[in-house]
Design a protein around this ligand. Structure first.
Ligand code: P6P
Length: 356
């Protein structure tokens, strides 16, 4: 029987190998793990809220039943904000920064408490995403500027995926490690050590319903992926759940590319730089992948505002690079190879008729 390694033990072992990580830093990840367990408890009963609520089993304290993402947001804030380790927090659900009661901590927490929550009613996979930075300000409570750091300044990032099983995937810059929740013992156990994403995959994830709003480069890229070319594994399979953590996690393990590009209706794209793109970019690069906005490395972009949106090209390195070439107009669509023999046969037939 292989050794059972809890996430707490894994973090401590990582800390021993990297003296720069203080005990306080390890406690941060334990705090996030605790928040993840609280959110899980909500997510797995989401379908019963009305039933339990109407039976008076939930909301015994008389609180109105909140939307799940608001409830998850409160769980993160309450579970983490009271330990004095964070100088400031920011959430995709909150317009402004969140100042913990004790804001003397050295760290900054940015998070999306429940991404893809619109899929909850259909019992589709959703996820929580988090990013941890060191504060830049030197005294008092943390500031907005502490939250507007480049993604390359992250000291940790991760996500919890609430799917057929619940997994927590994180990095502290020493590789990407996945832990699967065992409800019989209430622990996250190491199940995917040092995840490495394939250099090229056969899956692409994009909402092609917006095809008419895509710019030409992405339209050509989609056609490129749909062409037949066995050497490059084309045509790719289209897989799009509409829940970023689920699409990202599948492509991380199997290989492939997720693109939420700029469009004529959304020139900045839809996804958030702070709460979605940066943490997943940190994980993706640590797993050997690539993450850009089609032009610039995500983690090099200096955020200007808390809810800044950014186009996102993320996944297997070779796939992202090819997508960038199309996005930047550096690559043209080759003719379908099977088209050429058909064209030549058509010419031969035409010549025969002409010769008679
Ligand atoms: P669209 C969910 O609302 C989300 O923020 C991400 O989880 C997901 O990847 C994206 O939006 C889906 O957006 O426009 O394709 O429905």
């Amino acid at each position: 029987m292989s050794e059972l390694i809890t996430i707490e033990r894994h973090i401590l072992e990582q800390q021993r190998r990297f003296p720069s990580a203080t005990g306080e830093f390890s406690q941060l990840l334990a705090d996030v793990t605790f928040a993840a367990k609280l959110v899980r408890a909500e997510v797995i009963r989401a379908g019963l809220v009305d039933v339990l609520g109407s039976a008076g089993i939930i909301n015994t304290q008389g609180e109105e039943q909140k939307k799940l993402d608001q409830s998850a947001n409160e769980k993160f804030i309450k579970a983490i904000g009271h330990h004095g380790r964070f100088a400031v927090m920011a959430s995709e659900e909150n317009e402004d920064i969140i100042t913990p009661p004790d804001s003397s901590g050295k760290y900054v927490l940015l998070f999306d408490p429940l991404d893809g929550s619109s899929n909850i009613d259909a019992n589709a996979t959703v996820g929580s995403i988090f990013s941890i930075y060191r504060r830049k300000s030197t005294s008092g409570a943390g500031t907005v500027q502490d939250c507007l750091q480049k993604g390359s300044e992250q000291v940790a990032a991760g996500y919890v995926i609430f799917g057929s099983s619940v997994m927590l995937v994180y990095t502290t810059g020493q590789g990407v490690h996945g832990f699967t929740y065992d409800p019989t013992i209430g622990e996250f156990l190491l199940s995917h050590e040092n995840i490495q994403t394939p250099k090229r995959g056969k899956i692409y994830s994009m909402n092609e319903g917006y095809y008419r709003y895509f710019f030409d480069g992405i339209k050509k890229y989609i056609k490129y992926l749909q062409q037949e070319d066995k050497a490059s594994g084309r045509p790719y399979s289209a897989r799009y759940i509409g829940s970023l953590v689920a699409d990202f996690h599948r492509n991380l393990l199997y290989g492939g590319v997720f693109i939420y590009p700029r469009t004529k209706k959304a020139p900045e794209g839809k996804l958030r730089l702070l709460y979605e793109a940066n943490p997943l970019a940190f994980i993706c690069e640590q797993a050997g992948g690539r993450a850009t906005d089609g032009y610039t490395r995500i983690m090099d972009i200096v955020p200007e505002k808390l809810h800044q949106r950014i186009p996102l090209f993320i996944g297997s390195e070779e796939d992202v690079r090819i997508a960038e070439e199309f996005e930047q107009g550096l690559r043209e669509l080759e003719h379908d190879r099977e088209l050429i023999p058909n064209m030549l046969a058509e010419v031969a037939r035409a010549e025969k008729t002409l010769v008679k």
